[in-house]
Design a protein around this ligand. Sequence first.
Ligand code: PMP
Ligand code: GLU
Length: 397
Amino acid sequence: MIKLSDRINAMEESATIAMSRKSRELIAEGKDIIALSLGEPDFNTPDFIKEAASKAMEDNFTFYTPVPGFLDLRQAIAKKFKRDNDLDYSPDEIVVSTGAKQSIANVVLSLVGAGDEVVIPAPYWVSYLEIVKMSEAKPIIVNAGIESDFKVSGATLEAAITDKTKLIIFSTPCNPTGSVYSKEELADIAKVLERHPNVVIIADEIYEHINFTSKHESLAQFPEIKNQVVTVNGVSKAWAMTGWRLGYIGASKQIAAACTKMQGQFTSGTSSITQKAAIAALEADPAVLKDMIKAFEGRRKLVLNALGQIKGVNANVPEGAFYVFPDVSYFYGKSYNGRTIKDCSDLALYLLDEALVALVTGEAFGDPNCIRISYATSEEILTKAMSRIREALEKLS
Ligand code: PMP
Ligand code: GLU
């Protein structure tokens, strides 16, 4: 048996991907599993985007691309940043990657290494922690509980900053909590960054459009700290393009050049066809997403109503993304059929076996009191799933 590297041995498999793999396997075995584990819209990619991809193939956009992405795509992204976020990024401050996941890995690996500290507010998206571990920097977790709507204040962040801190990573709207930072809350964080000009912050805004508040606010809007912010976004969520693999950053020229260098050694530019399709998505008026957002809002209501009827479940009201992250710690120590629930991972497995519903343990997102429900599926399926969850939880005593 070949000995694998310490790096890969120390890495956890992505819990979101592991749970969806497991549910796919169980479905293939004939089990009636409802998978609410993967954060993936159930809508199809809009036709006008597919048409742009077909045209790209017909026009022979099938060769290697410039590493940071076609210039016309980066121009379209610059326009999108201006139109939706009032942010000025020039094409040489934009790097397109094979998904926002790679965008984040590029930034982390370009900025930090052994001896550095990276502050990550929890709950966090699963991959932040593992990417930071891979970089050999030290993750510093700052907890934000359900009582603060899972959001951190500037003061909490500042208390975690030391002279070794080089990077902070957070998302708004947040995966897994759905929490959305207001302009005032972002201004509070911006003030802290102003006092620490050598600290960079990744603002992961991939759920920008799936937002039930009046308006998405970007951290980079504060001019004093704009150069310290790396704004991450992509087409996976809003445009239902998860399989196409395209994410991007807006950052200072220095960071953009570093990410381009990194990507040039790992993957080169992302798919030429995807890039041309993404131009169509980015140039479209986001108003066309209205129906999808309405559908998500209806699903959120359904899930929250159902959770409200289960004794012991405590959920906040998520203002964005398509997740609910309820506190389920009431059930720890309770049993059914000789099986005792020790923690949230146990509860996720219990619900998989007993309710045939796949969810993701909060442990993977840095909050062991909670469990993540992705409601990116039809109301019919959600109704069935929520009644199965309720039945299984009510058996525990
Ligand atoms: N950031 C967050 C918060 C996410 O939930 C995801 C999940 N897809 C990503 C980044 C990565 O997105 P992608 O690689 O599909 O663009
Ligand atoms: N980001 C989604 C999720 O959190 C997709 C899976 C992944 O890339 O981790 O479920």
